[in-house]
Ligand binder design. Structure first.
Ligand code: ADP
Ligand code: MG
Length: 342
């Protein structure tokens, strides 16, 4: 798609036009625009109009991460479609979309105030670790996958295979296999298997930074990587963050709690699986996981909160896991606990 990119963060009149066309504001209303932090791929703007608050999201042409990669702007449509689909399955688990502007490559959703919607990543890093919430997250994710499984209509709408390759499979798995030639055959096989498994609606970025803790449970943001594919990717991607955070956590209690979150999340998720056998699914999650832990230190989007020494520790345990090729999550957690000194 040929699009001239109009950066809305630098253009208040354009924001006004967008909201006006959506019927969200009247003439002459005063806008107050404030950029929100935390995103790496978009303009996220809080727009206040009198007593009303909106959140406007516009895809940016270039991601703000260390090793550069480009992403097609139309990924914003994948996000809009994912949010709309999930709003019928778990209405409280997504922000409500209030308007879409296809030309400006943006959409407007409810603004979710931080006082009532805490960012889960911030809480986990501060040691606020709620195992029950992790379980709720597992259940919501399992429900979304279960209710979108084997759906040929959705498979057509979300046939974003190229996006998923350039935003997820290549920067994480492809890059890691290039950096670690010793494991490239295994990682490439996992990549190709993931690429060709088409079972359910995948979010593609289920990470605590994209999950808010709302009054009625988890709210999932940031679905730009949505794709009809392998639900094992979402679960492995999310579980990965608990393993990484055990290495960053500075108390034994926090590390134990993070491992309990890991276990609770996948157990509640597993209760939702009806579309395939749990064993086959678990095998894919377990083989993806060490590729992803290694990817978060040596892929194109390394996590920012690990020291060099901690990153080396993640690298060492990930490589040891890749040597062993465990096929159950129980084996992985046992090994991770032992190697991280728990
Ligand atoms: N609807 C919303 N209400 C309030 N804050 C939001 C909303 N959507 C996003 N944010 C904030 O902006 C951050 C970045 O949004 P996200 O959709 O994840 O963008 P990116 O694709 O750039 O990562 C989130 O972590 C959150 O803090
Ligand atoms: Mg995000």
């Amino acid at each position: 798609m040929e699009t001239r990119f109009n950066d809305l963060s630098a253009n208040q009149d354009a924001i006004r036009d967008v909201l006006h066309t959506m019927g969200l504001i009247h003439d002459n209303e005063t806008l107050l625009v404030k950029p929100l932090t935390g995103g790496v791929s978009s303009n996220i703007l809080k727009v206040s109009v009198g007593e009303k608050y909106f959140c406007l999201k516009q895809a940016l042409p270039k991601l703000k991460v260390a090793k550069e990669w480009h992403a097609p702007l139309e990924r914003v449509f994948a996000e809009i479609d994912w949010m709309k689909t999930v709003s019928h399955i778990a209405p409280d688990a997504v922000p409500h979309i209030k308007g879409v502007d296809r030309e400006a490559l943006c959409f407007v959703m409810d603004y979710l105030p931080a006082e009532h919607f805490a960012n889960w990543k911030s809480q986990l890093l501060q040691g606020v670790i709620d195992v029950n919430f992790a379980g709720e997250m597992g259940e919501v994710l399992g429900k979304i996958h279960q209710q979108t499984a084997n759906n040929s209509e959705l498979a057509k709408v979300f046939a974003y295979d190229d996006n998923f390759f350039s935003l997820r499979l290549d920067p994480y798995l492809g890059e890691t296999s290039r950096v670690h030639p010793k494991y490239s055959v295994f990682i490439q096989a996992v990549l190709e298997r993931t690429q060709s498994t088409k079972l359910a609606l995948v979010h593609g970025d289920i990470s605590p930074k994209n999950i808010l803790r709302g009054p009625t449970g988890p709210v999932i943001l940031d679905a730009e990587c949505a794709w009809y594919g392998d639900p094992a990717f979402d679960l492995a991607f999310c579980l990965n963050h608990f393993l990484l955070k055990t290495i960053a956590a500075n108390t034994c209690v926090a590390r134990q709690q993070l491992m309990l979150c890991f276990e609770k999340l996948y157990q509640r998720y597993f209760n939702c699986i009806r579309w395939e056998s749990i064993d086959g699914f678990e095998n894919r999650v377990a083989t993806l996981l060490p590729c992803l832990t290694l990817a978060r230190v040596d892929g194109k989007s390394p996590v920012e909160y690990l020291t060099e020494g901690q990153a080396q520790n993640v690298r060492r345990i990930s490589c040891a896991l890749l040597e062993r090729q465990f096929t159950t999550l129980k084996d992985i957690t046992l090994f991770w606990r032992k190697e991280s000194g728990l």
